[in-house]
Design a protein around this ligand. Structure first.
Ligand code: PEP
Ligand code: MG
Length: 580
């Protein structure tokens, strides 16, 4: 038995036979052709480009039908790369002047492009190399006439293991036959991870040495909750995981029955459970899981996989879709949080030295006012369709908030002057995700309608730990007492100003933290859509006095390890099945 660790990107457990589909860097021999063959070779290359463009368009349409246009848009970026005249020019030059075969020219050129992306700092950019590798592999398959790896042709259920999987390969998976998958490469922010979550296939990425340890036919367990891949499990491990699968299945049925019940504590305190989304298509899933609204809409994902800046109508259509689908439930639209690890193609060309401390988020919006105003116009136009709220991310000074609000008021006036309907009283909030905002909460809270604590960033900025760096992942800890003090301070500040406060970092999706968060005074949480049922179950299992006692005790403790252990024990006492 081999237990390998990777990054958990799509939850759930899958057990089955491995299908190893790929080894990295299939070697393309360096082949030369006589100069007279160049024209014919170029024709062959153009045919392959055309064939692949057709294939990608079909993938795009199929994925858009299954998951919505936003996911399909990933393939538009592939098409743009494939049809890039500069790329075509470079390939022609290699065919005509160096007399390379088309396969070798494609291999050499696209590997060079991919390397440029890989060398850029920031996982989001580096992951774009996967897209280029995807095009390279598929173009070479077209040229050599090999059938593409088509998971929809699998005839029996399997666990797919690969060095890397591209978004298009992932999107082609048949959910009933691909039980789960794992790859050596990739990170949690990759398109592959996003598509896997959308399709609800358990997945682990970034395993590292998977293909050295597993072969087709091996029995494999994918633990998408904890990021483990177990190859050739022993009897005891297999039995343990089978038990967990059974438990998950019966738990899912149990949770189903909670859908229409309120998230209410045992002593009757009503908790509002909202959901975090990146794409409008996720809204249906949020409603199915019983979410009461959208607490965080990460609008920067409108820029994902496209080289074209979204215009006002693209923004508007996305917001209108979400707001209308939520039928009067609250929708908190966060303004663009671009920069750091979420870069547009233009930002990717000029990497910053310290992107998380650089021109990111609200700073970027305030620097590029036309883009910011475009987005605000679209949000304000959508505000008349339902209960829209606007949230500014990464606020670190009072001045920043004032500037953002001034621009919002100006955009609103502009719309009114032109007779375009919008809501002047749309609630405005900020994310508290920089320690400075928590420290200044007494001045920030009075100036907003609501607050939302973004622990994903608050942890990294409080502890000086890059949230995307796997080498310091052990220092990135939700239970750190310094982080908890800042959360407590924010809740107190909000309470004093009578302003609602929510928590939308990943921490809110883990039942372990629920007693602590309610004990600190939170009554609203925004969680991953799939976590709504479990968090609701946890709410219904506790009482506020219990939670307050837990929070009071935690605030006296001096280290993250003891705090986590204590929280697990306390949750176990009231809802043992929620302690994973
Ligand atoms: C956060 O920082 O906690 C947050 C919710 O925002 P994001 O994860 O998008 O940075
Ligand atoms: Mg954040």
């Amino acid at each position: 038995m081999q237990k390998l660790e990777g990054i958990a990107v799509s939850p759930g457990i899958a057990i089955g036979e491995a299908l190893v589909i790929d080894r990295e860097g299939g070697h393309i021999p360096r082949r030369f052709l006589p100069p007279s063959a160049a024209d014919a070779e170029l024709l062959r290359l153009d045919g392959a480009i055309q064939g692949l463009a057709g294939e990608i368009s079909r993938d795009r349409d199929a994925v858009a039908k299954e998951l919505g246009a936003r996911y399909g848009a990933i393939f538009d970026a592939h098409l743009q790369m494939l049809r890039d005249p500069i790329l075509r020019g470079e390939l022609e030059q290699l065919l005509r002047e160096r007399h390379f075969s088309a396969e070798y020219a494609v291999n050499r050129t696209l590997r060079r492009y991919a390397k440029v992306f890989q060398s850029l700092e920031g996982s989001f950019v580096a992951e774009r190399a996967t897209d280029i590798n995807d095009i390279e592999k598929r173009l070479i398959r077209q040229l050599s006439g090999q059938p593409r790896q088509d998971f929809s042709k699998l005839t029996s259920p399997a666990i797919v293991l690969a060095h890397d999987l591209t978004p298009s390969e992932t999107a082609c998976m048949n959910k009933r036959l691909v039980l789960g998958f794992a790859t050596d490469a990739g990170g949690p922010g990759s398109h592959t991870a996003i598509v896997a979550q959308g399709m609800e296939i358990p997945a682990v990425l970034g395993v590292g040495n998977l293909l050295n340890e597993a072969a087709s036919g091996d029995l494999v367990i994918i633990d998408g909750d904890h990021g483990n891949v177990i190859v050739r499990p022993d009897e005891a491990t297999l039995a343990e995981y089978r038990r967990r699968v059974e438990h998950q299945e019966s738990h899912a049925v149990e949770l189903e029955s909670l859908r229409d019940l309120p998230a209410q504590t045992g002593d009757g305190e009503r908790i509002t459970l909202l959901a975090n989304i990146e794409f409008p298509q996720e809204v249906a899933h949020c409603l199915e899981r019983g979410s009461e609204g959208i607490g965080l809409y990460r609008t920067e994902f409108l820029y994902l996989g496209t080289t074209v800046e979204p215009d006002e109508d693209v923004h508007y259509r996305a917001y209108a879709e979400v707001v209308q689908a939520m039928q009067g439930r609250p929708v908190v639209i966060r303004t663009l949080d671009l920069g750091a690890d979420k870069l547009t193609h233009l930002q990717a060309l000029e990497p910053e030295r310290n992107p998380f401390l650089g021109l990111r988020s609200i700073r970027l919006s305030l620097r590029h006012l036309p883009t910011f105003r475009t987005q605000l116009r679209a949000i304000l136009r959508a505000s008349v369709l339902g209960d829209v709220r606007i949230m500014f991310p990464l606020i670190s000074t009072v001045m920043e908030l004032r500037k953002a609000k001034m621009i919002l008021a100006d955009v609103c006036e502009d719309l009114e002057e032109h007779g375009i309907p919008c809501r002047r009283d749309v609630p405005v909030g900020i994310m508290v995700e920089v320690p400075a905002a928590a420290v200044m909460i007494d001045l920030l809270a009075p100036a907003v309608d609501f607050l939302s604590i973004g622990t994903n960033d608050l942890i990294q900025y409080t502890l000086a730990v890059d949230r995307t760096n796997k080498d310091v992942v052990n220092l990135y800890n939700s239970c750190d007492p310094a982080v908890l003090r800042l959360i407590a301070q924010t809740c107190d500040g909000a309470r004093r100003c009578h302003k609602p406060v929510s928590l939308c970092g990943q921490m809110s999706s883990n039942p372990i933290y629920l007693m602590l968060l309610l004990g600190l005074g939170l009554r609203q949480l925004s969680v991953s859509p799939s976590a709504v049922p479990e968090i609701k179950q946890a709410c219904r299992a506790v009482t506020i006095p219990q939670c307050e006692a837990v929070a009071a005790r935690v605030l006296t403790m001096d280290n993250a390890r003891d705090i986590k252990q204590f929280l697990r024990e306390e949750l176990r006492k009231v809802a043992a099945d929620l302690v994973h």
